[in-house]
Design a protein around this ligand. Structure first.
Ligand SMILES: Nc1ncnc2c1ncn2[C@@H]1O[C@H](COP(=O)(O)OP(=O)(O)OP(=O)(O)O)[C@@H](O)[C@H]1O
Length: 316
């Protein structure tokens, strides 16, 4: 649905986006991650046709953005960073104005506005001037204007930027709801947001795409953690020695749990979820007490730091 090839944008001597390529399919929920200045906004502006690339191509549903900009824009709803709103206008009047600008036919405007207001839960604020709304509600107005022409693709630049924790929670619920109906690209530097709603992550560093992977794949570790009250040599002998049956190739005691009680061990295996029942069986057969058994999950935070610390570009 969205194909980006060698996308590049320079500002004078600065290469803000550097030969970025990716494809996004129908219904995917993609998080665009990166530190401040990594190039997220620049990519989003180019995807939405508001900024000319210096080089590279963007195609949406096979349409070349460079030559079919209007048609592509009709397929995309865009929440820009710091979405410009008219504070003196009431929410409903602003949405009417935006619907007209987005080419929603007059006969369909009332229904489009009603629908956008309902989906962003703005009913109670519809007649209020935008100036009187909290930042969380203003962001929702920004999302509502992006929904007016019923786009198949939503591009949201830092939708939770500047919101307080309860507003973030509400925005996340809204994003989850939107995710059910559209292809979604969300830029953020808040990792928990990506973990909450996205199924794929693109990580940018200094304008270059350094990682493009499904979140489930990223988070899956290769370690099974087990809690036992047996000494390390016995555990290794039983669980690594039976590698053919368990897939476990190494067993490392985790240092922080020394002492007389149960301690944690990390078992290395290609597929921790598949190894878990076999390991449990081996432990039961030995008559040992099993205090805990779980697959390790990598958190996005440490992964993000790891990726940003790397010097080389990773081609995925
Ligand atoms: N109009 C411009 N003129 C010159 N440089 C620009 C312009 N817009 C962006 N830049 C630079 O391009 C780089 C990428 O900026 P961009 O806004 O795309 O990053 P970002 O990842 O969205 O950052 P943030 O999280 O802070 O919004 C930055 O170094 C920025 O200073």
């Amino acid at each position: 649905m969205i194909e980006v090839e060698n996308l590049t944008r320079t500002y004078g001597d600065l290469t803000a986006v550097d030969r970025v390529s990716f494809e996004i399919g129908h219904g995917e929920i993609v998080g665009l991650l990166g530190h401040n200045g990594a190039g997220k906004t620049t990519i989003m502006k180019m995807l939405t046709g508001f900024l000319e690339p210096s080089d590279g191509e963007i195609r949406v549903d096979g349409l070349d953005l460079a030559t079919r900009r209007r048609e592509v824009q009709r397929r995309i709803g865009y929440l820009p960073e710091n979405c410009p709103l008219y504070p003196e206008m009431a929410v409903i009047d602003y949405l009417d104005h935006r619907a007209a600008l987005q080419g929603v036919p007059p006969a369909q405007r009332a229904a489009a506005i009603r629908d956008a207001i309902a989906r962003t839960a703005l009913e109670a604020k519809a007649r209020e001037p935008i100036a009187t709304l909290s930042r969380g509600y203003r962001q929702r107005v920004g999302v509502a204007q992006a929904l007016l022409h019923a786009p198949a693709i939503l591009i949201l630049d830092e939708p939770t930027n500047g919101l307080d924790p309860s507003q973030i929670h509400q925005m996340r619920a809204l994003l989850e709801d939107l995710a059910g109906n559209a292809t979604l690209i969300i830029s953020t530097h808040i990792l928990s947001e990506v973990e909450a709603v996205c199924d794929r992550v693109l990580i940018l560093r200094a304008g270059r795409l350094v990682l493009d992977q499904p979140l489930a794949e990223l988070r899956a570790g290769d370690r099974l953690l087990v809690m036992l009250d047996r000494p390390p040599d016995e555990v290794a002998a039983r669980l690594v020695g039976l590698a053919a049956a368990t897939g476990v190739t190494a067993c490392t005691p985790l240092g922080e749990d020394s002492g007389p009680g149960p301690r944690r061990y990390a078992l290395t295996t290609a597929d921790p979820d598949a190894a878990a029942p076999r390991v449990a069986r081996r432990i039961a057969e030995a008559g040992w007490s099993l205090y805990g058994l779980w697959s390790e999950r990598r958190d996005l935070d440490s992964l993000f730091r790891e990726v940003n610390a790397r010097e080389e570009v990773e081609h995925v």
